[in-house]
Design a protein around this ligand. Structure first.
Ligand code: ADP
Length: 547
């Protein structure tokens, strides 16, 4: 017997219709590439996204065609989020931090038909347009009079001119909720990049899940600042959850330095911000150097790579801001876990609570997870036993775009597919998951595993250390031994011996790195993560002390 409820497909257009009808006057504030602050609201975003929809129809793009963006976080990008997906075309957010050759490869692989870009990327587009063989329409996200006459890109139009002539009424089509809505390529540290192809259904379920109180906890009373880029896993889904709850959204544009982010938080009364640890490092540095405090910020979601304990402590103890440590992946839309304490843990001492907050947290409903050994046998949730982390759920990929890489899933005895995350983790009896490492970064020493994250976290707690990367070096007896590569804070001093001494008593003796290598900079990838492969390459002639 079937249920007798309305079966309305879960579509991205539902989000913008809801946001306009129920939260039309709630503001959308953007720092623009031009440098000024722009004010819009959900009603205006909805109206202009309908103009985008009409403009796309006028171009003759087919259902499912990819429309690419090369843009920072801002209101025009938001309009494209709804305008493109709402019509059944697929929004393809390109990461402008990638190498131009890689961008060309991705645009061709995705077979993008149109590409919308911020004016700050005009030099980049000028360099690559002729190699993007499928792109027929180039749209610059600016006013008509901001286009230079000598841009040289055939058929280039300004976004404002492109939508200006279009009607602002549009009937969003209804179609299968499993239709593709947007796509994002993983940074592809090995081999060619592969794309996660999200659906309307997966995006809406993720929007509900992410907004839950024990997930990102979004509400109409919030002003949310996604520092995480809209070109990286849809800014962790915040534009969608934001529309669902009708909160104010504040976009930082290209200005991600501590001063600019701080000014925006204060001026726009931001209550929640989300981003990767490197961004918060810059923000904390700015606060500390200038003796500043936050007046409205209540919580920050930090994920993308492990959040150093020193950062959680600084936010909590010095600024009264709760850090929500979160974990996810491009392949997971991206949310997997968020660290919120359970009721029973509220009575723990501050130190005990901090130990919980360092973990990546509990699964958001919609995500199931387990840890397994090499044979695929499930391992206990005892907070000690570590294994490969596998996940499943309706916003986790089943396969990559165009079937690249074959079937990525591993099947259990019931034939259910689990996605292997490539992370190694422990899970405790309360369901709190903690990543010990990426499987390719874990250091195998004398048959035991050393978590590179643990080694990095201790170094990061030293006041002179700005950034630390732990990598394994070949050792004839132990197989591998850890070393820690360190960038010092400007003007700060620490010696190799002092830093090694700093590890004493903080970890088991055999987990203390064998050496400290000071460098000017650690290579970062396009999503702000440390590139350990490149670092290993740079240190290929390095020899461990005593060998
Ligand atoms: P890419 O590296 O391709 O950009 P993602 O952005 O999808 O991929 O990153 C996913 C990976 O980032 C996870 O598998 C995990 O290794 C790491 N990661 C994400 N959040 C955290 C976190 N809070 N702590 C530790 N690692 C994290």
């Amino acid at each position: 017997m079937l249920g007798q409820m309305q079966s309305q497909p879960l579509l991205i257009s539902n989000l913008i219709v809801h946001a306009e009808r129920h939260h039309g006057s709630t503001e959308i504030v953007s720092r623009r590439v031009e440098g000024d602050i722009h004010r819009s609201n959900w009603a205006t975003v909805a109206r202009r996204s309908r103009q985008v929809a009409n403009a796309l129809d006028a171009l003759g793009l087919a259902f499912g065609d990819r429309v690419a963006t090369l843009a920072w976080n801002g209101y025009r990008h938001l309009e494209l989020y709804f305008g493109v997906s709402g019509t059944g075309r697929v929004l393809h957010t390109l990461n402008p931090r990638l190498h131009p050759e890689q961008l060309v490869w991705i645009a061709n692989h995705a077979e993008d038909k149109a590409l919308c870009f911020d004016m700050s990327f005009l030099p980049l587009v000028k360099a690559v347009w002729s190699k993007c063989s499928t792109v027929k329409h180039w749209i610059a996200l600016c006013e008509a009079d901001a286009l230079p006459a000598d841009h040289g890109i055939p058929g280039l139009v300004s976004y404002e001119a492109w939508i200006a002539g279009q009607k602002d009424s549009y009937v969003w089509p209804e179609f299968d909720e499993n239709s593709a809505s947007s796509m994002c390529y993983t940074s592809g540290t090995t081999g060619n990049p592969k794309a996660a192809l999200y659906s309307h259904r997966s995006t809406l379920l993720h929007a509900y899940g992410a907004a839950l109180p024990d997930a990102l906890g979004c509400s109409a009373r919030d002003a949310i600042l996604p520092v995480v880029p809209m070109f990286h896993v849809n800014a962790w889904g915040l534009p969608y959850s934001g529309a669902a709850v009708g909160c104010k959204l504040v976009f930082p544009g290209p200005a991600l330095d501590g001063k600019s982010v701080y000014e925006l938080i204060e001026a726009e009364k931001v209550t929640m911000a989300a981003g990767v640890p490197t961004v918060w490092q810059m923000l904390l540095g700015h606060l500390q150097q200038n003796g500043l405090k936050f007046s409205t910020l209540k919580r920050t979601v930090i994920g993308g790579s492990a959040c150093p304990p020193a950062m959680i402590k600084a936010f909590n103890d010095q600024y009264g801001v709760e850090v929500l440590h979160a974990w996810g992946m491009t392949e997971m839309s991206p949310l997997g876990t968020v660290c919120h304490l359970k009721n029973a843990q509220l009575d723990l001492s501050p130190a005990e609570q901090m130990a919980v907050r360092l973990k990546q947290g509990r699964a958001v409903f919609g995500v199931d997870m387990k840890i397994v050994d090499e044979a695929g046998q499930e391992l206990p949730w005892d907070g000690k036993t570590y294994g490969d982390l596998l996940v499943r759920g309706p916003w986790i990929i089943a396969s990559y775009f165009k079937g690249e890489g074959g079937d990525p899933l591993r099947y259990d005895e019931q034939g259910r597919g689990w996605f292997p995350t490539g992370d190694v983790a422990v899970i405790d009896a309360d369901g709190f998951m903690q990543i010990t490492d990426r499987s390719k970064d874990v250091i195998k020493s004398g048959g035991e595993w050393i978590s590179s994250i643990d080694v990095e976290n201790i170094a990061m707690a030293h006041p002179a250390v700005a950034m630390a990367a732990c990598i394994g070096m070949k050792h004839p007896k132990w197989d591998e031994r850890p070393i820690v590569v360190v960038v010092k804070k400007p003007g700060a001093e620490v010696t190799r011996a002092e830093l090694l001494q700093f590890y004493e008593g903080k970890t088991a003796k055999w987990q203390i790195p064998d050496d400290v290598v000071f460098v000017e900079a650690i290579p970062l990838g396009a999503t702000g993560k440390m590139q350990k492969m490149t670092l290993r390459q740079q240190l290929k002639d390095y020899v461990l002390p005593g060998l």
